[in-house]
Design a protein around this ligand. Structure first.
Ligand code: SF4
Length: 295
């Protein structure tokens, strides 16, 4: 796999774009203070994605599934490029690999599961976070539970982004997905089976943070079970830095309401981290590849 690296102006985020004749994929490396304090790598599980989220640059341009080997290779190439491959597993205080760049893990489950097993053997200190819209597929969800029980490093995050199904269906038009009630039920099952808390990823866009949204979310999702990740959402034509300046205060206000109600909350604060193309598939280089390959 060939790759190109794009570095953020502040030097703490790198986007890697991998290409072969028939695919493009991307991974993002985040350094927090020092690589040995905290390192996060988000990698792709598909080239493109058929889910079609409205805010996503990848939006409905599906090229193909990645193999387990291609998923693992992204992580390894990133670590090799920064000379971290030999000692990051032993020395890093918080090492996280996230399956949340291009692609939906539940739609390529067999290869994602293989990749997780390989990565867990090679990097047994790494947390392995699955981020999914929650595809409505009980067979795959049962496999996720089984894997999560076997490997205690596996985490689960549902991307919900809206507090009601009508709005969520517009934002995430993929039809075979769990509705919010089913996500709640699936999250409770996963929590009971693993003893770990699932996360709900909620991108605050200025329209989904009303009093009614707060009521809907707190009625559906108990703080006993669910943790929240609040983050910014980028439109496909803006970068994360522009977006974060617009939304960060709004996120903090909304987040505080949840904190006051006993939720465990974290904010993905990208300020100063990413001026190289925010979300999935948004880098101009990836867009050009998709266009030139008629994706
Ligand atoms: S946000 Fe993720 S699931 Fe949605 S279209 Fe983009 S890559 Fe696919």
């Amino acid at each position: 796999m060939e790759f190109k690296v794009f570095t953020s102006s502040e030097g703490n985020v790198w986007k890697y774009v991998f290409t072969k004749e028939d695919m493009v994929a991307e991974a993002v490396l985040y350094k927090y203070n020092d690589f040995y304090d905290r390192t996060v790598i988000c990698c792709s599980v598909m080239s493109g994605c058929p889910v079609g989220c409205k805010f996503c640059g990848t939006g409905a341009k599906f090229v193909r599934n990645l193999t387990a080997d291609e998923i693992v290779t992204q992580i390894e190439l990133v670590l090799k490029d920064k000379n971290l491959i030999e000692d990051i597993n032993e020395k890093c205080k918080k090492l996280q690999f996230m399956f949340m760049s291009m692609g939906e893990p539940m739609l390529n489950w067999d290869e994602v599961e293989k990749a997780i097993r390989i990565l867990n053997k090679k990097f047994n200190n790494a947390q392995l976070l699955l981020s999914t819209i929650g595809c409505d597929n009980d067979e795959v969800f049962n496999k996720i539970i089984k894997l999560s029980k076997g490997i205690d490093k596996v985490g689960l995050q549902f991307s919900i982004h809206k507090s009601n199904d009508d709005d969520r269906n517009k934002l995430i038009p993929f039809y075979k997905k769990m509705n919010l009630e089913k996500i709640r039920d699936a999250g409770i099952i996963w929590w009971k089976e693993t003893g770990r808390h699932p996360f709900l990823n909620y991108c605050v866009d200025g329209t989904n943070n009303t009093e009614q949204d707060f009521k809907n979310l707190t009625l559906l999702f108990s703080p006993v079970v669910f943790n929240f990740t609040f983050s910014v959402v980028c439109s496909p034509d803006e970068n994360m830095k522009e977006t974060s300046f617009r939304n960060l205060e709004v996120i903090k206000d909304f987040q505080n309401r949840f904190l006051e109600h006993g939720y465990n909350v974290r904010t993905f604060d990208p300020a100063g981290q990413d001026d190289i193309g925010g979300g999935c598939g948004q880098l101009w280089y990836v867009q050009n590849w998709l266009k030139s390959h008629n994706a």
